[in-house]
Write a protein that binds this ligand. Structure first.
Ligand code: VGL
Ligand code: ZN
Length: 204
């Protein structure tokens, strides 16, 4: 059984949002077409409390895109984004969400960020997604959404480690790109065994 995994298509990651991915909203029509084609739809939602450790504003003398050392390693700092219950954390209004069967929220622990939808950034704390997928006998995920070089990449890499076949739909993801991080993400995903595909290939 296969499922569509829609990562973080939220207002704050779209143009006009607090951590806008360039042209992030342009993938939405493609994602909506793919939704029709899948029977199982899973969404993720970045969902931070105020004062989250990943926000530059939570640290003295730090700016967005600086880094800090945390208990679990280096963490990039971001503008405040996807704060629980705010408009920025809502899904983009053009995204069809009616068919979504489960929403995995992540990054809700104040002291740990979570890019991946399987494990938080300490690489230990789980979101419960593996259990959900196993109980539903889902073995293949088709990944779309934002951002290629952070939440999409870590979801794909961890999904492979968890034993799933991870497809990534090339024309249905967009990246933030800090110093070539989008190119690096594609290389890492490919090297680990991600299956790169296109919406056309799936829909034809
Ligand atoms: C993301 C940075 C911070 C993402 C989430 O969805 O890729 N990136 N929080
Ligand atoms: Zn975040």
């Amino acid at each position: 059984m296969k499922a569509l995994l829609i990562v973080d298509i939220q207002n704050d990651f779209c143009p006009g949002g607090a951590l806008a991915v360039p042209k992030g909203d342009e993938i939405i029509p493609t994602v909506n077409k793919l939704i029709n084609y899948f029977d199982v739809i899973i969404q993720t939602q970045d969902w931070h409390p105020k004062g989250h450790l990943s926000f530059a504003s939570s640290h003295d003398n730090k700016n967005p895109y600086d880094t800090v050392e945390t208990d679990y390693g280096i963490q990039v700092l971001w503008p405040d984004h996807c704060i629980q219950g705010t408009k920025g954390a809502d899904f983009h209004s053009d995204l069809i969400t009616d068919k979504t069967q489960v929403i995995i929220r992540k990054g809700f622990r104040k002291e740990i960020d979570s890019y991946s939808t399987f494990f938080e950034n300490d690489q230990k704390t789980t979101t419960g997604l593996t259990g959900y997928l196993k109980q539903r006998n889902i073995k293949e995920l088709y990944t779309v959404g934002l951002a290629t070089d952070f939440c999409v990449k870590w979801s794909v890499l961890d999904g492979i480690d968890e034993g799933f076949t991870m497809h990534i739909v090339e024309d249905a993801v967009k990246g933030i790109d800090l110093d070539g991080s989008v190119d690096a993400a594609w290389k890492e995903m490919e090297a680990k065994g991600a299956v790169i595909t296109t919406s056309q290939e799936i829909l034809s």
